[in-house]
Design a protein around this ligand. Structure first.
Ligand SMILES: [Zn+2]
Length: 432
């Protein structure tokens, strides 16, 4: 069994249901870019995969950034003059402006309103907002609740702490035959939001679990990091490891019912870009491919010019293009086991090609070698055609994927042909 065998053996919908259960378990936890919610989340993932949790102290300089103070929250509410909680963190952790400083004071409605955030266009939804790098406090609520708040005094309690501590992240390394690596990255810093980011977290976990059970050519490095600051911190602390990264994927927003989308790396034509595009183009389902842009998720850091790593991003509906994005409507009803399973299947399809995409050299390039005398040429069927294509383009510069694109044949049949030709000593793998 290898990754190709794994791809054939899994039932996407079954994996999708397992992934969904993990999302449902993680959903209630109040996460942020630092703090106990993050650690608790890593602890739950450790029941599935042996990831190592690293702690980076507050104040650590990471390129142009500094690891922030650690934020923890126990409770938060706003009470009206009758003593009724009109906003209650215990009902939804999205109610608190993430990273709010501690507060215990009474405010008039007018003064309180300066710290309240709503979505007038979606009056039933609670927005998700953060203030990581500028000390502030606030509450997020549905617009319908806001407009019914009466004049009067309001007691505001935010039982939080913002002090020196550390930033936590999870990392898992699966050694392969080669020390060359495939990086799988997801952010894990959002509170009760299902698609962004629990879907990516869950997919990465189940991927690690399955890949860890079979032999593989590449080594795999999974990072479960807080968005932006986590990627910057990981890159700052592991700069010497980045030369091993040959391919990478950021996984985020992969559980909604939209089509799968792939955002290319800054390199535009990296092998991961070619493979991901090939898989989507041959999937039989609608898809979207977009060019690199310096905005989005953590591909922004991996593809910053000083690293320029071959890292693309796999999502379903791109972030910001669905109204539920960063609101309470990105809930457990917004992600679907079928979509999760389908995304899982497509990631395995990409990895399966990466694992098998090799470049060969024809050892008998002057005219065709006589296949018949080797028992390789019975009639001209797909197998023979595949052999002719592999022989003709195995000049050390075309990979099997390049030959697939050029010939229109299936990757698997070219891979099979290459195997046979290699066994007969007609081609040899080009070693880097
Ligand atoms: Zn987000």
């Amino acid at each position: 069994m290898n990754i190709t065998g794994l791809k054939k053996s899994i039932v996407p919908e079954e994996v999708g249901h397992e992934m969904y259960s993990l999302i449902a378990e993680l959903y209630p936890i109040c996460r942020s870019i630092t703090g106990d919610g993050y650690r608790q989340t890593m602890g739950i993932l450790q029941r599935h995969v042996p990831l190592v949790v690293h702690e980076v102290p507050t104040g650590t300089k990471v390129f142009d950034w500094v690891v922030p103070k650690e934020w923890n929250i126990r409770d938060a509410y706003v009470k009206n003059s009758k003593g009724e909680k009109v906003i209650d963190f215990q009902k939804s952790n999205l109610h608190i402006l993430n990273y709010s400083t501690p507060v215990h004071r009474t405010f008039s409605l007018k003064d309180l309103k300066e710290h309240l955030f709503t979505l007038p266009d979606r009056p039933d939804w609670i927005p998700y907002k953060t203030s990581y790098y500028k000390e502030n406090w606030g509450f997020c609520l549905s617009h319908n609740v806001l407009i019914h708040l009466e004049e009067g005094d309001y007691e505001v309690v935010i039982d939080s702490t913002l002090k020196d501590g550390s930033l936590s992240y999870g990392e898992l390394y699966l050694q392969g035959e080669s020390t060359e690596e495939i990086l799988i990255s997801c952010h894990a810093c959002h509170p009760s939001l299902a698609n962004d980011n629990l879907s990516g977290l869950s997919l990465a976990t189940y991927l690690a679990k399955r890949i860890g059970s079979v032999p593989h050519r590449y080594s795999y490095r999974f990072v479960f990091i807080p968005g932006t600051i986590g990627a910057i911190t990981w890159l700052a602390m592991n700069e010497e490891k980045t030369s091993k990264i040959k391919h990478g994927l950021v996984l985020s927003g992969i559980g909604d019912r939209g089509n799968v989308s792939y955002k290319k790396s800054r390199r535009d034509m990296a092998e991961i870009d070619l493979v991901a595009c090939h898989v989507l183009q041959h999937s039989g389902a609608a898809y979207e491919i977009s060019d690199f842009s310096p905005y989005g998720y953590d591909e922004r850091q991996y593809c910053s010019p000083g690293f320029n790593l071959p890292v693309g991003r796999l999502s379903r509906t791109p972030y910001g293009r669905y109204p539920e994005y960063h609101t309470s409507a990105d809930d457990l009803g917004f992600v679907r086991p079928e979509s999760l399973g389908d995304s899982f299947d497509k990631v395995l399809a990409i990895l399966s090609i990466l694992e098998n995409n090799r470049t060969y050299i024809n050892l008998s390039p002057k005219c065709e070698p006589q296949l018949g005398k080797r028992g390789l040429y019975s009639s001209i069927g797909e197998d023979e055609l595949a052999m002719l294509w592999v022989l003709n383009f195995s000049d050390g510069s075309h990979s099997l994927l390049d030959i697939t694109e050029r010939s229109g044949l299936e990757f698997n049949s070219l891979q099979g042909a290459a195997h046979v030709l290699s066994e007969h000593g007609l081609i040899t793998e080009r070693l880097k």
